[in-house]
Design a protein around this ligand. Structure first.
Ligand code: PLP
Length: 402
């Protein structure tokens, strides 16, 4: 490429080629500015993003209330360690727990939140000699060794063994399978209330209730990984509130602080004391900046009535996609839970990503055959359906090509 033809993104790409570890597959585009559900690349091209920040940008790009909270907090105090009481941490814990249950521990990511949950479950079970945790195929819990071992997908374990001891894998919705794996050393069952990376798979509520009963019966903790489903994503504050089943522990991250790194574990107050001083910590966890961003995110969701907005949108999206399915035989199934949308195809879904990108719409494909969307909770109906029309057009084109 000559200097003249070189795109502005290319300058950044060159730096990456030379200096950045190549552990991600990246599109050859640098995104430089965003507003709501729209984002611009370095060459000024505008995109409608139906998968902003892998779900982290739960209010879209740079939501004004979160920007303001970050600016004000940064000017006052960015970070104080957890050897002190931190005002914003107390207030954000109150915000989350008063809409769910229990007490909160803060960290910086989903994997880290799950590590806290795994440690709590083992500490809780240790007196009875329990340590084993049951997780589910197609689940995703993060990349640190505990969370990765909990992730029952062999492709993520390849070449990294031995994995952490003490995990067993079950099939979703197979209660007898779970029962056969539980023994006197099992301390917890852990799963996502809706599997995200696994393809927006929604467990049967009857199955979740049966897991709850089994945990009560056998003295095990039920852990919900709400890293993706938390913070209003599903149209209720937390995913478990759609299922009628209360977990003992839930973990959150992704959209929790509107795009700022933040994770949390919430547990029933009665078991919170199992994490004694010295047993677990996170240096940056619960820092003033992330907490201020989290509070502003939560208050915006509340003030703007976004849970109701998400429920309304989700109902319309389901009708739209079901009718699309009628006319397009490559669509096997559509799964919608709030602003978590999965379109399962009978053909590879990955080509849809590039075709949509060419038309200025950003989407994701997961598990080879599932188109996945995690639109911002505050996306307008017009923007969302404009994006869905583009996806429908692309899928029609792909159906004709096969
Ligand atoms: C993304 C995700 C994680 C991992 O979160 P990180 O912040 O990348 O560590 C864990 N669980 C679920 C359900 C997720 O979607």
């Amino acid at each position: 490429m000559t200097q003249v033809e070189m795109t502005r993104s290319q300058a950044t790409i060159d730096l990456f080629d030379q200096y950045v570890v190549p552990n991600y597959r990246r599109y050859p585009i640098a995104l430089v500015r965003g507003e709501g559900s729209h984002v611009w690349d370095a060459d000024g091209k505008k995109y409608l993003d139906l998968f902003p920040g892998w779900g982290c940008n739960i209010l879209g790009y740079s939501p004004p209330a979160v920007v303001k909270a970050i600016q004000e907090q940064a000017a006052r105090l960015i970070h104080v360690p957890n050897t002190w009481y931190i005002e914003q941490q107390g207030r954000f814990a109150e915000f989350l727990c008063s809409r769910s249950f229990g007490k909160a521990f803060f960290c910086n990511s989903g994997a880290e939140a799950n590590e806290a949950a795994i440690k709590l479950a083992r500490l809780h079970g240790s007196a009875a000699g329990k340590y084993r945790i049951i997780t589910f195929e197609h689940g995703f819990h993060g990349r640190t060794f505990g969370a990765l071992t909990a992730t029952a997908q062999p492709k993520y374990h390849e070449g990294l063994g031995p994995m952490m001891a003490g995990f067993r894998y079950a099939k979703l919705n197979d209660l007898e399978g779970v029962r056969s794996l539980v023994d006197n050393e099992t301390c917890a069952i852990m799963l996502e209330p809706v599997q995200g990376e696994g393809g927006v798979r929604i467990p049967d509520p009857v199955f979740l209730q049966a897991l709850r009963d089994l945990c009560d019966e056998r003295g095990m903790l039920l852990i919900f990984d709400e890293v993706q489903t938390g913070m209003g994503r599903t149209g209720t504050w937390f995913g478990y509130q759609q299922t009628g089943v209360m977990p003992d522990v839930m973990t959150m991250a992704k959209g929790l602080a509107g795009g700022v790194a933040c994770g949390a574990m919430i547990c029933r107050s009665e078991i919170a004391g199992d994490l004694k001083p010295g047993m677990h910590a996170s240096t940056f966890g619960g820092n003033s900046l992330a907490m201020a961003a989290g509070l502003a995110t939560g208050e915006t969701i509340e003030r703007e009535g976004l849970l109701e907005h998400v429920q309304d949108l989700a109902a319309e999206v389901l009708v739209y996609l079901k009718s699309l399915q009628q006319s397009l035989s490559i669509i096997q199934e559509v799964r919608v839970c709030g602003m978590m949308i999965g379109i399962e195809l009978s053909i590879p879904a990955t080509p849809a990503v590039g075709k949509c990108m060419d038309r200025g719409v950003l989407i994701n494909a997961t598990q080879s055959t599932v188109v996945r969307l995690l639109p911002a909770l505050n996306i307008s109906k017009a923007d969302l359906f404009e994006g869905l029309e583009v996806i429908a057009g692309v899928l029609r084109e792909m159906a004709n090509e096969t």
